[in-house]
Ligand binder design. Structure first.
Ligand code: GRF
Length: 216
């Protein structure tokens, strides 16, 4: 049985999708803890309701990133994580923290990386006039939104899309993509070898617009 720890900062809808998929598909894994950097994260209540241990590790005034990340890692490591899942965790992590979890820390980014790293991805996609946008699940490396890509889902950008409409279209796919990728990781079907993503042969290229693969 593998231990998953999920980090959130907000509503936690991706976290919820992962909890549901784990329960429905009986993964050989437990969600050992959901940890947030703020007590205000709505997702903490959702996780509690699902009977999952929750904790907020809040930055103290004047505390630097190294010290905060060390406290965060301590809180995480109590749960002996095999996999650390960032699901809307809105803090930039120190290189030391990321290295500590190398090969077992993943993130979902709401854009087709390497396009649109950083914030406000949906508005920037509309502004740039791209026809395809989407989401990316990737291993986390010290450089922001630049880790090896595990899976991507693409959606069309419609001519009159508002930022909210496009965000909702992407989010719907995030909720399909992230649980699928996390399940592969739990089952050992995805590995990081020498900085490259290796997918098991049993993962077939799926039909449709959800494009899964290692495009790194
Ligand atoms: C998602 O769009 C995710 O891609 C990004 O932050 C958002 C988190 O949403 N990293 P939620 O908290 O999972 O609902």
């Amino acid at each position: 049985m593998k231990n998953i720890v999920i980090l959130i900062s907000g509503r936690g809808s991706n976290m919820e999708a992962i909890i549901r998929a784990r329960d429905a598909q009986a993964w050989p894994a437990r969600i050992a803890a959901v940890i947030s950097n703020t007590e205000k994260a709505a997702g903490l209540a959702t996780a509690e309701k699902a009977g999952i241990f929750t904790q907020a590790v809040v930055k103290k005034p004047g505390e630097d990133r190294q010290l905060y990340d060390a406290r965060l890692a301590e809180a995480i490591d109590r749960h002996k994580p095999d996999l650390l899942v960032l699901a809307g965790f809105m803090r930039i992590l120190t290189a030391e923290f990321v290295r500590h979890y190398e090969g077992r820390i993943v993130n979902i980014h709401p854009a087709l990386l390497p396009a649109f790293t950083g914030l406000h991805t949906h508005a920037r996609a509309i502004e740039a006039g791209v026809r395809l946008h989407g989401a990316t699940v990737h291993f986390v490396t010290p450089e922001l939104d630049a880790g090896p890509i595990i899976a991507q889902a693409a959606v069309p950008v419609m001519p009159d899309d508002t930022e909210d409409e496009l965000a909702a279209r992407v989010l719907e796919q995030e909720h399909r993509l992230y649980p699928r990728a996390v399940r592969w990781l739990v089952e050992g079907k995805v590995r990081l070898e020498a900085g490259r993503v290796v997918l098991d042969d049993s993962i077939n290229f799926p039909a449709g617009y959800m494009l899964i693969g290692d495009f790194s």
